[in-house]
Design a protein around this ligand. Structure first.
Ligand SMILES: Nc1ncnc2c1ncn2[C@@H]1O[C@H](COP(=O)(O)OP(=O)(O)OP(=O)(O)O)[C@@H](O)[C@H]1O
Ligand code: NI
Length: 238
């Protein structure tokens, strides 16, 4: 099987007025195409930092101290910003930990989804609208037509997570990074979202890097798991 993602000895630190924090300390992982890989670790262990590093979205006050990130064999640290921008939204997409904050607050969620569809296809607005509704329906949102016209603040956290998931999946990414996609959801909804992820892997052959602190989630979806602790790293089969 071909390799989707490989991370070698990645170390990242943050600078703040209080000093520097080592958020990642020598992380290594290899993920095959079509594989679900779980990253677990307690709060503050560096999980979101890892996700942002892969997406090329680390904040200004961080530095990569060393290491390499390869996506489909390409060294992302040496690839230009245009290449990384091209990857985001096409090949690699991400569901952010705080979905409500990641959505544009001043645009109805339906238009946000339509925009992504239109940017990546030559569909008519009408067809994009239909596709957006279908995606929201796929994600298990009741009454997608009504949801389309709403702003993020008027939707629940779980609904925003589903909208984000629709946006992330509509492009059929080769790699989906999902940062705590089920946190804050009740158990039934969690199971449903995980089932959708599983279906994605099956149908689209996508790889999923699933970030969670929930060992129950790990047990139900992953073949491989990596544990981040205090920026350090342990990986092995589940
Ligand atoms: N923008 C930032 N500026 C300074 N420090 C940061 C920043 N982002 C994260 N950190 C620090 O880096 C460490 C790792 O944070 P990170 O958000 O990656 O953890 P996490 O594992 O995702 O936690 P959680 O499970 O709570 O989401 C923490 O000590 C955090 O305080
Ligand atoms: Ni996090």
């Amino acid at each position: 099987m071909a390799e989707a993602l490989r991370i070698e000895d990645l170390s990242v630190e943050f600078r703040s007025p209080a000093g520097t924090v080592r958020a990642l300390n020598g992380v290594n992982l290899t993920q095959e195409e079509g594989e679900t890989y779980c990253v677990v670790g307690e709060s503050g262990a560096g999980k979101s930092t890892l996700a942002l590093a892969i997406m090329g979205l680390l904040p200004q006050n961080s530095s990569v101290l060393g290491g390499r990130i390869y996506f489909q064999g390409v060294d992302l640290m040496r690839a230009g910003p245009d290449y990384i921008r091209g990857l985001r939204g096409h090949e690699v997409s991400m569901v952010f930990q705080d979905a409500q904050a990641a959505l544009n607050p001043v645009e109805p969620v339906g238009s946000q989804l339509e925009e992504v569809i239109l940017q990546h296809s030559d569909m008519s607005l009408r067809n994009a609208n239909r596709m957006a509704q279908e995606m929201l329906h796929e994600m298990g949102l009741p009454d997608p037509k009504r949801v389309m016209g709403q702003y993020p603040f008027s939707l629940s956290g779980g609904m925003c997570q589903r909208v984000m998931m629709a946006i992330a999946l509509v492009l059929r990414p080769k790699l989906l990074i999902a940062d705590e996609p089920t946190s804050g959801l009740d158990v039934t909804l969690q199971a449903e979202i995980l089932e959708r992820l599983r279906r994605l892997v099956r149908e689209q052959g996508s790889s999923v890097l699933l970030i969670t602190h929930d060992l129950g989630v790990v047990a139900s979806v992953a073949k491989k798991v990596g544990v981040i602790y205090g920026g350090g790293w342990w990986s092995g089969p589940t």
